[in-house]
Design a protein around this ligand. Sequence first.
Ligand code: ZN
Ligand code: FE
Ligand code: FE
Ligand code: ZN
Length: 265
Amino acid sequence: MPADYHTHTPLCRHAVGTPEEYVDAALAAGLSEYGIADHAPQRPEPFDDWRMFEAELPAYFAWIERACVHAAGRIPVRAGLECDWLEGCGEWIADLSSRFEWDYLIGSVHYLGGWDFDNPKWLGRWAESDVEEVWTNYWRTYARMAESGLFDILGHPDLVKKFSYRPAGDLARFYEPVVDAIASVGCAIEINTAGWHKPCAEAYPAPEFLELACSAGVPLVISSDAHAPAEIGRDFNRAIALAKQAGYAETLRFEKRGRRTEALG
Ligand code: ZN
Ligand code: FE
Ligand code: FE
Ligand code: ZN
């Protein structure tokens, strides 16, 4: 099984479990590596109610260390962060990069302006939104995140579909420019299996996006976005099949922000 690099900890206030439970779940799932990438702190604080505070970074490092101790060489434990892409965040990401010997950083777009559009509390706002406009803004933002070159992995590429609000017509018009931007920078994307368990009932990204990404030579990892130990490695066989259908034969392993390829499945 591939590595699972996108997993959370209770420090973000909406995940459960102990480091020991996550390591045991990763071992039981037969994963090649267990990577921790909790929601990164964000300035100014308090920013929102779904991430660790900057002052909790030492507790995060201690959580990672407890996972390493419990793993005891049985499975590599990797350290990362899921960072929010916000316009002008470069300095803060550079600061965070220097706080620990990270194995990788994931970049995610959860915010459009001040709107964390994937938060279920905004379903009413979605119902009143111009979906075409939100999608245009989302993908423009996602391309800018890719072009920043700050991240090793780009998270849940089409998260904007989470609540099943999709514009009419061929969505390739949104995907093509973004895939070009990602390919020109050379960072990886993930298949995020959590999407199968959301209202959209589809992994992130859509198969058409994945095919374009594969054709453009964009590398791929597979992620669960686990917020509980039972979700580690969830639906990985299904994701591997999806990746192969899109043309992928390889995935990536990360260590100290360097990467190597590995055959898929
Ligand atoms: Zn989360
Ligand atoms: Fe996320
Ligand atoms: Fe996440
Ligand atoms: Zn995520």
